[in-house]
Design a binder for this molecule. Structure first.
Ligand code: ADP
Length: 189
C-alpha cells in the first residue's frame, strides 16, 4: 500500500517543494507547505504575515505557536482528510509533537517521514542560483547560511524523533529531480 500521510524532511534547498509538487500530480492528496502559507500571509499583509516576515527574512524559524496554528487549520480542511504531503512542517521537535497531537484529534496518524539527505555545500550553491532566478527575499548568502545552521540545530533532531517511532525513511537527495523522485516513490510503496 502506498503511504498517503507523510512528510518530506530535509535541509533548505533539498528539493522538498519540487518533489511534493511531482507527488501531488500522481496522488489525490494536497501538498501542505508552511513556507508557502507563510509567504501568502506576508503577501496578504495579515497580522501573522507581518510577524512572520521578520523571522523569514533573517532565515530564522517563525515561532512554533504561529506555525502550529497555521498547520492545524490547514490539516483540518476537508481535502486533507484522505491524506497530505507535508513540506517544511514540522521543523522542530515541539512542532512534531504538536503534529502527532493534532492528527490524533483528527483520528489520523502520520505514516512516514521521508528525509532527503544532501550535503550542505552543494545546497548553498543551489540556493544561490535559485536566488538569481526567483529573487526570494531569504535567498541571499548570509540568510542561506543561517537557514542551514537553523536546520542543523533545530530540525535535524527530528531524524531521531521519527527513527525512534520507526517511521523514518532516508533517501539520497543527489542526482536529478527524476532520480530523487524514483527513490521517494520506492520508499512510499
Ligand atoms: P526552504 O525551501 O528554505 O526550506 P520554506 O519555503 O520551507 O524554505 O520556508 C521559508 C521560511 O519560512 C523559513 O526559513 C522559516 O522562516 C519559515 N518557515 C516555514 N516553515 C516553518 C516551520 N515549520 N517552522 C518555522 N518556520 C517556518
Amino acid at each position: 500500500m502506498t503511504a498517503t500521510r507523510f512528510l518530506l524532511l530535509g535541509p533548505p534547498g533539498a528539493g522538498k517543494g519540487t518533489q511534493a509538487a511531482l507527488l501531488i500530480e500522481k496522488m489525490a492528496v494536497p501538498q501542505i507547505s508552511t513556507g508557502d502559507m507563510l509567504r501568502e500571509a506576508v503577501a496578504a499583509g495579515t497580522e501573522i504575515g507581518q510577524i512572520a516576515k521578520t523571522c523569514m527574512d533573517r532565515g530564522e524559524l517563525v515561532s512554533d505557536e504561529i506555525v502550529i496554528g497555521v498547520a492545524r487549520e490547514r490539516l483540518a480542511k476537508d481535502d486533507a482528510s484522505k491524506g497530505f504531503i507535508l513540506d517544511g512542517f514540522p521543523r522542530t521537535v515541539a512542532q512534531a509533537a504538536a503534529l502527532d497531537e493534532m492528527l490524533s484529534e483528527l483520528g489520523q496518524k502520520l505514516e512516514l517521514c521521508v528525509a532527503i539527505a544532501v550535503e550542505e555545500e552543494p545546497l548553498v550553491q543551489r540556493l544561490l542560483k535559485r536566488a538569481e532566478i526567483e529573487g526570494r527575499a531569504d535567498d541571499n548568502e548570509e540568510t542561506i547560511r543561517n537557514r542551514m545552521r537553523v536546520y542543523r540545530d533545530q530540525t535535524e533532531p527530528l531524524l531521531d524523533y521519527y527513527r525512534g517511532k520507526g517511521i523514518l525513511a532516508e533517501v539520497e537527495g543527489s542526482g536529478t529531480v527524476e532520480d530523487v523522485a524514483e527513490r521517494i516513490g520506492k520508499v512510499l510503496e
